[in-house]
Design a protein around this ligand. Structure first.
Ligand code: GLN
Length: 496
């Protein structure tokens, strides 16, 4: 078996047992990147030399009889929204082109401490705003199952590199679905942990009350393996949770008997593709056959999720992105600024720097957010959105009194053609229908493959759980994956 064919768990075990060296494993994946990424564009930066050096250091450690970390030799790709001290961090924006942070994000530091090999930085929608990965300043990412189609977004690069066998696992971030939706469209497994489960320190902020880092891999078990490393309290992120980190991978054995899974009738309404609906229903049946019970539940305010999210997320973004003014952070215009036609030369410099640095979707969000937060509109939009957010959260709390998990589709359609929705922001926003409420409520959710269309495109199933229910969410997804083999199917380019 080539290194690129193995799961993260298999690779970690093989490296620990000395069956394969970390350097060999890293070279195997670099070769796969070399062979496939020209047609995918999943990576913005491949750190080949640094990765090999890191792998050799792990091999030397093993040779010296020192103990290895739990991810020893496992190549991991990191979304370019996370700071890396030895690699560029651009958030797929011209605004941050060439930026090299002086420190590692907490997640990256934990991965390195666990002896994972950081192989490079993945493409994404600019500043994580998007649902197709077409908003990157460095070009869209192609879906490994059909390169004329989108990967979903915003963690499209992180999803595609796992689907195409370029890495066994990757790190994404999810503010309104950006781990789960691309995982669904690319046929991999992606977990959005509970808000605060993973430190956000070093994650370039989009909407701070919603942003959460999480693992993407080929299976729920591999997501658990990564989560064990990256979760945990960080004294430098005041919103990170102090709760102990369970040994997720050791909690997968218990059967699903008696686990109650909720099904929301509204999820199956207008707009849901027929093949997706059928595959999702079959997944419910499989979970039921595995011992779970299925119950009809309601999330009455979920229909306001997209509207609420598109007020709160842009409001927070407009504030977070104010720092990119060409002085504090980010691209500075080279145009001579004399202030003609502007209030002052300084205002002209800010304006030109931001106009040149940001792409159209980021500008749209900054304008939306600035408007929603402005005096006179604040009460009608931002404050109202916060009130609805409370109701959405309450729906989840009520639902989790009756059921342990909530199942359903992750995306209304399979992967769509590149370019199909780029001129229609509203159509793009509606893609987030099934995912944004999880973030608004601060709970956790996983997406995993549950079938394929007749045309060979993967279909995703979503399971949401209460705050800190990652052990159950992972266990249910893992149980499903023990009984089915959708997650084992690979696109042709991954199998050579
Ligand atoms: N598609 C959503 C958006 O465009 C979600 C993005 C995300 O989760 N980062 O905002």
């Amino acid at each position: 078996m080539q290194p690129a064919d193995r799961s993260a768990m298999e690779l970690a075990a093989a490296v620990a047992a000395g069956e394969i060296s970390a350097a060999e494993c890293t070279r195997g994946h670099l070769a796969q990147i070399e062979a496939t990424d020209d047609s995918i564009n999943a990576f913005l930066h491949v750190a080949a030399e640094a990765a090999i050096a890191q792998a050799e250091a792990i091999d030397a450690k093993r040779a010296a009889g020192r103990s290895l970390g739990p991810l020893a030799g496992v190549p991991v790709a990191v979304k370019d929204a996370l700071c890396t001290r030895d690699m560029p961090t651009t958030c797929a924006s011209k605004m941050l082109a060439g930026y090299r942070p002086p420190y590692d994000a907490d997640t990256v530091a934990r991965l390195r401490a666990a002896d994972a090999v950081i192989i490079g930085k993945t493409n994404m929608d600019e500043f994580a705003m998007g649902a197709s990965n077409e908003n990157s300043a460095f070009g869209p990412v192609a879906n490994p199952w059909d390169t004329s189609r989108a990967t979903g977004g915003s963690s499209g690069g992180s999803a595609a590199c796992v689907a195409a066998g370029m890495t066994p696992a990757s790190i994404g971030s999810d503010t309104g679905g950006s781990i789960r939706q691309p995982a669904g469209l690319c046929g991999i497994t992606g977990l959005k942990p509970t808000y605060g489960r993973v430190s956000r320190r070093g994650l370039v902020a989009f909407a701070s009350s919603l942003d959460q880092i999480g693992p993407m891999a080929r299976s729920a078990a591999d997501c658990g393996l990564l989560l064990e490393t990256i979760a945990g309290h960080d004294p430098l992120d005041s919103t990170s949770l102090a709760a102990e980190v369970p040994p997720y991978t050791q909690l997968l054995e218990e059967p699903l008997c008696g686990v109650r899974i909720g099904r929301v009738a509204e999820h199956f309404g207008e707009g849901l593709d027929g093949e997706v609906a059928a595959a999702v229903e079959e997944a419910f049946a499989a979970l039921e056959a595995a011992g779970a019970t299925i119950h009809d539940i309601e999330l009455p305010h979920a229909k306001y999720g997209v509207a609420t999210y598109y007020l709160i997320a842009p409001s927070e973004a407009s504030s977070n992105l104010a720092r990119y003014d060409g002085v504090h952070y980010g691209h500075r215009t080279e145009a001579p600024c004399r202030g003609e036609g502007f209030d002052s030369p300084l205002v002209e410099m800010y304006c030109r720097s931001r106009s040149e640095g940001f792409g159209p979707e980021v500008k749209r969000r900054v304008m939306l957010g600035t408007y929603a937060l402005s005096a006179g509109y604040y009460d009608a939009y931002y404050k109202r959105a916060l009130q609805v957010r409370r109701l959405i959260r309450q729906d989840y709390l009520d639902a989790f009194e009756k059921v342990d998990l909530i199942g359903g589709p992750v995306s209304a359609t399979p992967a769509f053609p590149l370019g199909e929705k780029t001129n229609d922001p509203l159509a793009m926003y509606l893609l987030d229908l099934y995912t944004v409420a999880t973030n608004l409520a601060g709970v956790c959710g996983i997406s995993f493959p549950c079938g394929f269309t007749a045309g060979g495109l993967p279909i995703g199933f979503q399971l949401q759980g209460p705050a800190l229910a990652e052990p159950l969410v992972l266990r249910a997804a893992d149980r499903y994956q023990r009984l089915t083999d959708w997650h084992r199917r690979r696109p042709a380019m991954a199998t050579g």
